[in-house]
Ligand binder design. Structure first.
Ligand code: 3PG
Length: 479
């Protein structure tokens, strides 16, 4: 079989270290081989028909090769593609993505296309800066390098509507009651009822007051996301001039080029970059798009210092096993391939530092022990509703998170720690306690059944993969 008159199937091909590798799920209106050929052709040198301008050299040196296929049905399955390094503009991520995440989504005969993973070769990674501060730099700034306790953070709620005075009062209460970090939500920037600069000034002053009072360093991640790059530069300049240390970007909304540019600029001004991923799920869920792990790799390479990666136990999708894999991808240099989660072997270039993972979305203090199974101690334990919805109000909520983080650092189970910590006890009674044993068991079960789960996914396809990735192995949870 061939697509446009050329053969892209090369099942004996052994990928080179310098190749880009792509793993995709595809289903369509043709045999899998034809669909795979279409993907390879359209994303590299080919088109729908034979062309007089093609040469042997071009085809040999620049084409994508389908080096492995796993059939699920005649017209669906997993496709492994290898692209030669020379195919790409090696200083330009967007050119690479326009090939691999580009035209292929529009091919008529394709009904489902989920790009599950990409392996970027080391040579390509070398053009990216990686985080300037990342996990270790932020720990150093906050002063938790030795204790390794999780950082605690909050998103002031309601997301929008509070005035600068109200907003900064809430932030102050959080800072003085143990929080390291306060951030704007993804949809709060410079609305009329809460102008960006008014909010920044008040929060910054109150944060400094809280630092003096507690003797601890604090961070405020101010959301500067805007359609106008000049306004964003101005805000970064302003934060830096005032002595601020952190800035927040809605990275998915900004896109890769603006994220790259703004991270560089913020780092030049010595600001830590907090990345919110709002919008990622439009690509990641369903059967058309690309998996969040690809974004995570890119954002880490681009150099964000903190990144939302999901929780495994909160309100956003993501099974405990999948989120623990994302955690590894955020902090480790190397991760191994797990076909049932759609992962390839991957290794970051040595200069790309770990990014601080942010666990956020539907969290309260009672989920702390379960979270630590997934994230260890290196993460930002971040809550909105779980802080501001605590029965004792914002102060009680902030204290309950800090107490939970202290307990995790000391390896004391939350119910035990709660005996001497009132706010934590109230949080456990009100929100409930998620038993870490359930999470441990679920991850262990998935690890022990890896061969079986791989077989299931290779046999039944994306539906099973999505289930394992998004929901897990469905261990019934006690009510
Ligand atoms: C986030 O930015 O992750 C959300 O605003 C979290 O809010 P929540 O803790 O109330 O779910």
């Amino acid at each position: 079989m061939s697509y446009g008159g050329y053969l892209y199937l090369d099942l004996n091909y052994v990928p080179k270290e310098s190749d880009f590798l792509v793993l995709a799920w595809v289903k369509g209106d043709a045999p899998l081989e034809v669909l795979a050929e279409g993907l390879a052709a359209e994303s590299s040198v080919g088109t729908w028909t034979k062309i007089s301008t093609m040469s042997e050299n071009i085809f040999r040196d620049y084409r994508a090769r389908v080096y492995h296929l796993v059939h699920v049905k005649n017209n669906s399955g997993f496709v492994y593609l290898a692209y030669p390094y020379e195919h790409f503009d090696s200083k330009n991520l967007l050119q690479f993505l326009a090939s691999v995440l580009g035209n292929v989504y529009g091919l008529k005969e394709i009904e489902e296309l989920m790009i599950l993973d990409i392996k970027f070769p080391k040579r390509f990674q070398n053009m990216f800066p990686g985080p300037k501060y990342g996990l270790d730099g932020i720990r150093k700034y906050i002063g938790t390098t030795k204790t390794r306790r999780p950082h605690v953070g909050t998103i002031v709620k309601p997301k929008v509507g509070l005035s600068p005075e109200e907003w900064s009062d809430v932030a102050y209460k959080c800072y003085v009651n143990g929080m390291d970090f306060v951030k704007d939500d993804e949809n709060l920037v410079d609305q009329d009822f809460c102008r960006w600069r008014d909010r920044f000034d008040l929060v910054f002053d109150k944060m400094s007051k809280a630092e003096n009072k507690t003797g601890e360093r604090k961070l405020y991640a101010s959301n500067i996301t805007d359609q106008d790059i000049h306004r964003m530069y101005e805000r970064i300049d302003y934060i830096a001039e005032r002595g601020g240390k952190c800035v927040m970007l809605d990275v998915f909304m900004l896109g890769f080029a603006l994220t790259y540019e703004l991270v560089k600029y913020a780092h030049k001004k010595r600001l830590i970059v907090h990345a919110h991923r709002a919008g990622y799920a439009a690509m990641h869920r369903g059967v058309y798009g690309y998996d969040f792990k690809i974004l995570l790799k890119i954002y880490r390479m681009l150099g964000v210092d903190q990144l939302h990666i999901g929780t495994g136990v909160g309100k956003m999708e993501g099974s405990s096993k999948y989120i623990s894999y994302l955690h590894e991808l955020a902090v480790n240099r190397k991760v191994r391939k797990i076909p049932y989660l759609g992962c390839l072997d991957f290794k970051y270039s040595p200069h790309i530092k770990p990014v601080m993972p942010v666990a956020s979305g539907g969290l309260d203090a009672g989920k702390g022990d379960a979270l630590s199974v997934i994230h260890g101690k290196d993460f930002v334990f971040q809550g909105g509703g779980g802080v501001h919805g605590h029965p004792l109000g914002v102060e009680g909520g902030a204290k309950s998170f800090r107490q939970a983080a202290d307990a995790i650092a000391k390896c004391i189970a939350l119910p035990k720690y709660a005996k001497k910590h009132k706010e934590l006890k109230i949080a456990l009674d009100y929100f409930g306690y998620v038993d870490p044993k359930i999470i441990k068991e679920e991850i262990k079960m998935m690890d022990n059944s890896e061969a079986l789960l791989n077989n299931l996914v290779y046999r039944y396809g994306i539906e099973i993969l999505r289930h394992l990735r998004d929901e897990g192995a469905r261990i019934p949870r006690p009510s």
